[in-house]
Design a protein around this ligand. Structure first.
Ligand code: NAD
Ligand code: UDP
Length: 321
């Protein structure tokens, strides 16, 4: 098979770095584009010496002229703390970024995959969430810059598909965790592990009865690659995530037990518009991609805890939360 030239935007981030690694290992030429807003060169440092890997510092809100066969569009801060820090830039990244990458796909004839999100369902009134559910998003709340930006990006993808026959794929990614999450990124899994390892109390927002479904990064990256490699008729949107559903308190108890920490928990206010429940229906991805998660939460958490233990033994890493 011919060696593919693959662009990964947001390639120096958590998911992007794992994706770049997998594509390089498969033998593809990978062009990683990132403005290092939340990602770091450390995440991809081990790939920099590889002739098949190239890195460009670039902001996707500006046009990019390269020749590629496939585009994975992952550029966008994903943690609520980060995407709410500069909400206007967050929407620009999703919307202008999508327009620029879709324009590139249109010119080059490349296939293009959008990293969309379970946040398009907002605080869902249908449970578990199926792809045909249209969501319950507050368009003027603090999460809207991310949720509505991602919804608009989906709209653009389907309009470029209908209007210009661009070969699109849309993945709706549910909470994913694993090594290379930033220790201060504020998301629940990294916060809890870093807090437990530092002997600090675990910060539970609200009563901790809200639920999430946690997918290990390797499973998620496998799903993204299968979706890109599927027939052009499989546009999605497809939910990708692990249907195991846990309350945030259950997650905290698990992390404390696995780390062997007695630091306990502290309750803080629930952030505005924080969804109360979330679990993917992955029937479509199972049927169309033959995909499903294989790493149970305990196993994925153990690997992630090992990663943060190693990080902690290095200097200059603070505690999250
Ligand atoms: P991340 O913050 O680690 O990675 C995002 C990357 O995008 C970073 O490297 C960042 O520097 C880069 N970036 C941000 N704005 C940019 C811009 N304007 N131009 C170029 N690069 C830019 O987050 P992640 O968890 O790896 O998420 C990757 C993608 O997957 C995001 O689009 C996110 O919305 C989506 N997603 C992730 C999850 C999850 O649980 N991890 C869930 C749903 C959707
Ligand atoms: N959360 C928490 N403590 C933390 C960080 C997050 O209780 O230190 C909760 C948060 O309120 C939400 C859930 O964990 O209900 C998942 O939060 P995260 O920011 O990881 O992702 P979200 O799914 O909300 O985008």
């Amino acid at each position: 098979m011919q060696r593919r030239r693959i662009l990964v935007t947001g390639g120096a981030g958590f998911l992007g770095s794992h994706l770049c690694e997998r594509l390089v290992a498969r033998g593809d030429d990978v062009l990683c584009v990132d403005n290092f807003y939340t990602g770091t060169k450390d995440n991809i440092a081990h790939l920099l010496g590889t002739p098949r890997f190239e890195l460009i510092r670039h902001d996707v809100t500006f046009p990019l002229y390269v020749e590629v066969d496939e585009i994975y569009n992952l550029a966008c801060p994903a943690s609520p703390i980060h995407y709410q820090y500069d909400p206007v830039q967050t929407t620009k990244t999703s919307v202008h970024g999508a327009i620029n990458m879709l324009g590139l796909a249109k010119r080059t004839g490349a296939r293009i995959l959008q990293a969309s999100t379970s946040e398009v369902y907002g605080d869902p009134t249908v449970h578990p969430q199926t792809e045909d559910y249209r969501g319950n998003v507050n368009p003027i709340g603090p999460r809207a810059c991310y949720d509505e930006g991602k919804r608009c990006a989906e709209t653009l993808f389907f309009d470029y598909y209908r209007q210009h026959q661009v070969r699109i794929r849309v993945a709706r990614i549910f909470n994913t965790y694993g090594p290379r999450m930033h220790p201060n990124d504020g998301r629940v899994v990294s916060n809890f592990i870093v807090q437990a390892l530092s002997g600090k109390p675990i910060t539970i927002y609200g009563d901790g009865r809200q639920t999430r479904s946690f997918c290990y990064v390797d499973d998620l990256v496998d799903g993204l690659i299968r979706l890109m490699d599927a027939d052009d008729a499989v546009t999605g949107p497809l939910n990708l995530g692990n249907p195991g559903e846990f309350t945030i308190r259950e997650l905290a108890e698990k992390v404390l037990a696995m780390v062997g920490s007695t630091s306990g928990m502290v309750q803080l206010p629930l952030p505005e518009d924080d969804p109360l429940q979330r679990r993917p229906d992955i029937g479509k991805a199972e049927k169309l991609l033959g995909w499903g998660p294989t790493v149970p939460l305990d196993q994925g958490l153990a690997r992630t805890i090992d990663y943060f233990r190693t990080l902690k033994s290095q200097p200059a890493i603070g505690a999250g939360g």
